[in-house]
Write a protein that binds this ligand. Sequence first.
Ligand SMILES: [Zn+2]
Length: 293
Amino acid sequence: MPELPEVETVRRGLAPVMQGARFTKVEAHRGDLRWPLPKDFVQRLKGQTVSGLGRRAKYLLADLSSGEVLVMHLGMSGSFRVEKDSGVVTPGAYYHDRSKDLAHDHVVFRMSSGATIRFNDPRRFGSMKLVARTKLDEEPLLRELGPEPLGNEFDAAMLAAACRGKNTSLKAALLDQTVVAGLGNIYVCEAFSRALLSPKRKASTIANRNGTPNDRAVRLIDAIKKVLQEAIEAGGSSLRDHRRTDGELGMFQHNFRVYDREGQPCPTRGCKGTIKRIVQNGRSTFFCPVCQK
Ligand SMILES: [Zn+2]
């Protein structure tokens, strides 16, 4: 499943061909993705100009001249392909994957920028919804979401306050989208490794009794922000079937310290530990039991 850095990478790939451009033609090849497409989906998009392309957690938000916002989610396997009329499409392995995936091109946007944008989603857990800009705060998909992990609002004090008295694992707390939005399994594991904290630690142990943050909370916040920023700069991780919009594989997976590295030596300097995999809340956790305390 794409995580926040991948979604931000997709946003950056789409922005140059969507922002300021008009939908000249919209094709919906089926009536539903995860949910039915909005009523009159094609008509409500056609002719509209995208004034901005933003992101909230793992949702892409395209502001339309009609006053509506196109809210898009990649789900498990969704991806966008950008084709420009220059014929320069995408390099590398992408070319071979494309033909077999054509049957899963469910939505196609033709933009006045000259680009054709295809939304491909074999497993159809992705979604597209149209919401009035003025109603965005009330939108059920968005209203429960916690702060953006890269925003200034998300700091050690806020995280400690959210974890204070919590009996769950620290990992479960970070995956709770009401605590912080858009963090997933991969980057949570990576952040714990960098912060030298055990994912099994109780959430409450990053806060002092009065709810103020201790040193662990400070280290964890720092690690979360750094790992996300580095992954965005590297263009996301592109694990399994997720791809960057320009078709190039992201490179961040080469920087994983623990994720998917069971049995390999811990990369922490001076540590002789071996990466271990355990299952927490049904998801794999990778960590070094020696240096992550
Ligand atoms: Zn270690």
